[in-house]
Write a protein that binds this ligand. Structure first.
Ligand code: F6R
Length: 610
């Protein structure tokens, strides 16, 4: 989390830094700040809260300078106040940081003993004072940074500027991503390539422990990359082709709503990249042999991507008859899992940058497992690190709560499961033909669900008064219930829990009373009768029931029963349809509560710290 930008230029940089930060705000929006070097001194502007407040400050009180850095913060150490906002500075040096310095307390204690006075509660400030001390002792900026980095433990991407060397910008990374952008009259640093895309698409990705020293000698711009051992190294230059248009909400009041409504298109794009619409055969060549004796799939992810992976387990085991385990990346990476060369590890991530998932990927690689990344961001760290990658074609997702990226993950996982089933000879051509045909019909069904959202709007108004909500589902709709509860919590701040419907009576039913609505996902499938009984059990204890189903007949003799009818679908498609309904319920509930739907409190889109 946190987004950082650095610019070394022949022109004034503050507007560009602000522009870059606007593309990085998805990484955090607790506070923001910019520092430039002008007349051999550091000029800085900072503000609490979203980037918009920094904008007003810069408008009233602009800053000059041809070298500068910027930051948008997701608070880790120290509350989201003005004083904790980056850049952190002394007279000599200014630093922006993404990551966590784990040994900061020891370093801070030593610095305090040496008379240093701290002005923030952040871990980052130790970096500033360590560099400052080296500069005071006569070290060059390069050496001062190198000496400081050797003392740091933890994760960081840093951008650093110096008042006495206004034509130098230094970047360093360990654990957190950092990209160098190059053109004739400027050099850039950014947390991702998208932030730099409108200025240059010629970029190079720094590798673990790299330090880049960028210089402007009045004639040329040059940069030198040093490896962790201090040796000069070259990293491949890439010419990207990233979209540059500023994402806009169009006619929608929120990015989240726009992204919900984009799903017929994003699902169609994702399916058509994987399935031939004329022959109903897959276009993907499986790069991994899933038929090997003892092979097993491990799906590893966090958050919504974890729930997409849980859904995939149902498909992989049912259709491809291959053992499949689903792991939370943050647990997997630390619990010393038993991994063998026969294991195929699939990492699912919208951003491709989530720190825990990336660390899990590196662990699997170290154990010689085959690795496949399913990500939405091309050129992301996971896309580059895995042996193979399949892209979800959801396009940039701006709303912090994942919607279209989640359904695109489901789409890729579903086709992948069927393809593995084909490779393992578990499904014949006719079965596959029918399933692919069903999937290609899905975008139309989603359009149908979104044609009239007034029912979700009305329900959202009611639910916005609740303080707790329960969700239940079975089969692939159990992960959908989990995702529905997560979506609701994230953007409406209403406490929500989801259970496998059959689990309810093993404890959670004690929570049920007439103030806690139950949202039951219950299409007329193999589990319909069972889930109907669970609904009855809750209704008879007085809870308001909201049932999402495609069953026309089902009725419930209870005081407070609301049935939302969704289209009839095949068995593969129904979890997509119910997901879209869950997204709409969460969206309209938050809208009626008046929360910040696109940038909910305490969250960030890309979780690059543990
Ligand atoms: C929820 C949400 C998060 C992410 C999680 C993993 O709406 O977006 O739970 O799913 O932080 O992020 P990625 O998919 O980028 O690895």
């Amino acid at each position: 989390m946190c987004g950082i930008i650095g610019v070394l230029s022949k022109d004034s940089v503050s507007e560009r830094i602000f522009d870059g930060l606007s593309r990085l705000e998805y990484r955090g929006y607790d506070s923001a700040g910019i520092a430039t070097i002008h007349d051999n001194s550091i000029h800085k502007r900072r503000s609490e809260g979203k980037l918009q407040s920094l904008k007003s400050i810069l408008e009233k009180d602009p800053i000059q300078g041809y070298t500068g850095i910027g930051h948008t913060r997701w608070a880790t150490h120290g509350s989201p106040t003005y004083h904790n906002a980056h850049p952190h500075t002394t007279d000599r040096v200014a630093v922006v940081h993404n990551g966590i310095i784990e040994n900061y307390q020891t370093l801070k204690d030593n610095l305090i003993q040496n008379g240093v006075v701290f002005s923030s509660e952040t871990d980052t400030e130790v970096v500033v004072h360590l560099i400052d001390q080296e500069l005071r002792n006569g070290k060059t900026p390069e050496l001062a940074v190198q000496k400081t980095l050797s003392q740091l433990e933890g994760a960081f991407a840093l951008a650093i500027v110096f008042s006495q060397d206004p034509k130098i910008l230094i970047g360093a990374r360990r654990g957190s991503p950092l990209v160098v952008g190059i053109d004739e009259n400027n050099l850039f640093l950014g947390s991702d390539a998208w932030a730099l895309a409108p200025w240059t698409q010629k970029i190079c990705y720094l590798e673990e422990d790299d330090v880049v020293v960028m210089k402007n000698d009045d004639v040329n711009f040059s940069y030198t990359i040093f490896s962790g051992e201090g040796k000069i190294v070259s990293r491949p230059l890439k010419n990207l082709n990233l979209a540059t248009g500023a994402a806009s909400k169009g006619v929608y009041s929120h990015f989240m709503l726009k992204e919900i409504f984009e799903q017929p298109q994003t699902l169609s794009d994702t399916f058509l990249a994987l399935i031939d619409e004329k022959t109903f055969e897959t276009r993907i060549e499986l790069p991994i042999d899933f038929t090997k004796h003892h092979s097993r799939i491990l799906l590893v992810a966090c958050g919504s991507s974890y729930y997409a992976s849980l859904t995939a387990k149902y498909w992989f085991e049912k259709y491809a008859r291959i053992p499949c385990e689903v792991e939370l990346a943050s647990e997997f990476r630390y619990r010393d899992p038993v991994l063998t060369e026969n294991d195929i590890c699939i990492f699912v991530s919208q951003s491709g940058e989530t720190s825990d998932t990336l660390a899990a990927l590196n662990l699997a690689k170290a154990k010689n497992c085959s690795t496949l990344a399913i990500v939405n961001v091309p050129e992301s760290s996971m896309a580059r690190a895995a042996d193979y990658c399949i892209l979800t074609l959801a396009g940039p997702e701006i709303g912090v709560a994942s919607t279209k990226a989640f359904t695109a993950q489901l789409a890729v996982l579903c086709v992948l499961g069927l393809k593995i089933a084909e490779q393992r000879a578990c499904l014949d051509k006719q079965n596959l033909f029918e399933y692919f045909k069903e999937l290609l019909h899905l975008p139309k069904l989603v359009t149908h669900v979104l044609q009239d959202v007034s029912v979700f709007d009305a329900l959202g108004q009611r639910l916005s008064m609740a303080s707790d909500i329960l969700f239940i589902g079975r089969g692939t709709n159990y992960p959908v219930a989990l995702e529905g509860a997560l979506k609701l919590k994230e953007i409406s701040y209403i406490h929500a829990e989801a259970y496998a419907a059959g689990e309810l009576k093993h404890g959670p039913i004690a929570l049920v009373d007439k103030t806690i609505p139950l949202i039951a996902i219950s299409p007329n499938d193999n589990w319909f009768e069972k889930t109907s009984s669970n609904i009855q059990e809750v209704a008879s204890r007085g809870a308001p029931i909201i049932m999402l189903t495609n069953d026309l007949e089902f009725t419930l003799d209870c005081r407070d029963f609301c049935k939302i009818l969704l289209p009839k679908t095949g068995s593969l498609n129904n979890c997509f349809i119910y997901t879209v309904a869950m997204q709409c319920i969460a969206y309209y509930t938050a809208l009626h509560k008046g929360t910040d739907v696109d940038q909910p409190r305490n969250l960030a889109k890309s979780v690059t710290v543990e």
